[in-house]
Design a protein around this ligand. Sequence first.
Ligand SMILES: C[S@@+](CC[C@H](N)C(=O)[O-])C[C@H]1O[C@@H](n2cnc3c(N)ncnc32)[C@H](O)[C@@H]1O
Length: 275
Amino acid sequence: MTNYSAHINEDVLRTWFSAKTLADPQLARFIETHDLQKIKPTFKDICNRLFGCDNPYHAYRPELLPSPMSYTPHIGPATLGAIEAALGRRPSFGLEVGSFIGSSATILGSWLRETGGTLMCIDTWCGDINMWLLGNFSGTMRKMDGNPVIFDHFMNAMFNNGLTETVVPFRVSSIVAARTLKVLNYDIDFVYLDSAHECGETFLELSLYYDLLPQGGVIIGDDYLMFPAVKHDVDLFCKINNLQLNFTGEGDTWLIQKPVHIETAAVVEVVAEDA
Ligand SMILES: C[S@@+](CC[C@H](N)C(=O)[O-])C[C@H]1O[C@@H](n2cnc3c(N)ncnc32)[C@H](O)[C@@H]1O
């Protein structure tokens, strides 16, 4: 019989749940030879690094497709307000993990565009279990040749909403993206986690993306009540890390802020100076 707990100790778990890659020699060389300073990247910085060009929308040929299904996003003004209140300022760089046909990306992207910010959207654009198995997604997935067209719907939405200089699509799994972002050392203000909603997978994604955040950074998600796996993994993550779970006031959309640890020595110094 499999006996996980005899072999999977705290060290193994810490390695799995960290965004840091156990780099192979080629990647280790890349990391050593590139001085990847902590930066708040612009749209162009990211496109240059990932695509080797200034703007991937210039090379993309939009597909003429029948309209996709209407997909109501779970975020709106209350959630944007909650992110801004937690940060104490407007964010300039955020991640969306799970973008589908671009409904929530349009909201976040339009918000960031107002202040010249950037949104990176991470998705395989291959769909989740529901999208492959439930009939109501089939007209949008259009997967008769085995290749869902949701990436094309997403790109069309970015063109139609004037977000082609704000939203960067990163077409990989959430895990590949997290480990890539750790190497790139980008300074991330917030993460909106809305991908697989599967037990253990949500916990892993939460762990990796929380790891990427600076102190004070914010991670939000939805479907806390709708998907049992989300509630299970979010509750467990907060319990293990002793974090407070908040709700943005929009449906069951939740928010966690990475605590700010004030250096005790520095505080003592300031108090001593004031005395
Ligand atoms: C619920 S939809 C996102 C909806 C979107 N946030 C909105 O509100 O408009 C989930 C998306 O997550 C993507 N997804 C699922 N598992 C993923 C994974 N492991 N890595 C990257 N994307 C994933 C699917 O392809 C799908 O497009």
